[in-house]
Design a protein around this ligand. Structure first.
Ligand code: GDP
Ligand code: ZN
Length: 304
């Protein structure tokens, strides 16, 4: 068998079947190695911090450190599956075209709030802001979320405007990009990681290294600092079933009203003494956000 080196700290950058690719966190020069897992370690995912030993051809994972956050998704049987660990930031990308649909941004924000990721809202394709109705709509959204205290940035993957600011905002921690297809996620990632052709590049490169295809996500480094955790499945994830009582805590400004209504089981619709209705009437909370809450709530009750 391989002789193994000393225990060291590592970062899981990809996952293949029963093995993972681990990058050293202790060595001056970054090296990575395919590793198998000691028995009884439980699940290990991209983004995990581990204790491992380097081998001649293959290393071994000895322990997984505590996670500060996890991204989970239901599998085809409805069981929650962990896809990636230690995510710090959810980068939500929108654009004037394709127009943001329904309450997609709020859905992502709910996920970010509940899973403990810091949301960052990007308005991409700002070169297309031409004063038309789509532009007006997307700018109004940007303003609303920034007034709610969410960090927002207008930028353009095409012209490069705002890309330096984005580089700066991403330079710490692990980020995940999400958003509707066509808003420019791949274009933005390509401009952050020069030389990477995301469609074909990163994922197939990761694949070539192994006999198994990646089953979860991969971790890539931004040259300006910070990491991207990505998989085709992550980029367009929607909202999965949450507990109804969790939904309101996903709305930053509505959260304060939890428990303030006259009736404990208030649905915040037509009930007398509803603190939320009152706050909306008084203008302390935005009707758009309250409506969005209702819509998401309805979609839980009637998933069709
Ligand atoms: P994704 O599906 O979110 O990954 O979106 P893509 O990165 O594939 O981009 C979708 C389309 O929008 C492509 O044709 C891009 O060239 C275009 N696109 C991306 N970013 C910009 C931008 O900042 N401005 C303009 N005008 N087009 C962009
Ligand atoms: Zn109420």
């Amino acid at each position: 068998a391989d002789s193994l080196g000393d225990e060291q700290n590592g970062l899981v950058i990809a996952h293949y079947g029963t093995q993972v690719e681990v990058e050293s966190l202790d060595l001056e020069e970054t090296i990575s190695q395919r590793c198998h897992l000691r028995a009884n370690l439980g699940s290990i995912v991209t983004g995990d911090h581990v204790v491992w030993r380097q081998g001649q051809s293959i290393g071994v994972i000895e322990a997984v450190l505590e996670r500060r956050s996890v991204l989970t998704r239901p599998d085809s049987h409805g069981n929650m599956k962990t896809i990636a660990a230690n995510i710090d930031r959810l980068v939500i990308v929108v654009a004037p075209y394709p127009e943001p649909f329904g309450n997609l941004i709020d859905r992502y924000l709910v996920v970010a709030e509940l899973l403990g990721f810091e949301p960052l809202l990007l308005i991409n394709k700002c070169d297309q802001l031409d004063g038309g109705s789509e532009s007006t709509k997307v700018l109004a959204l940007a303003q609303m979320y920034s007034e709610l205290g969410y960090q927002t940035l207008k930028l353009s993957a095409s012209t490069g405007e705002g890309v330096d600011e984005l580089t700066e905002l991403l330079k710490d921690g692990n980020s995940v990009f999400v958003g509707q297809s066509g808003v420019g996620k791949s274009s933005l990632i390509n401009s952050l990681i020069p030389g990477l052709d995301l469609r074909t590049g990163a994922l197939s490169e990761a694949r070539q290294k192994g006999t198994h295809t990646t089953t979860t996500a991969i971790l890539l480094h931004f040259p300006g600092g910070g990491n991207l955790i990505d998989s085709p499945g992550i980029r367009e994830f929607g909202l999965w079933p949450l507990e109804v009582h969790e939904l309101m805590s996903g709305f930053r400004e509505l959260k304060d009203y939890i428990g303030q209504c006259r009736f404990r089981d208030c649905k915040h619709e037509k009930e007398p003494g509803c603190a939320l209705q009152k706050a909306a009437e008084e203008g302390s909370i935005r009707a758009e956000r309250l409506n969005s809450y209702y819509h998401i709530l309805k979609s839980f009750e009637d998933p069709s």
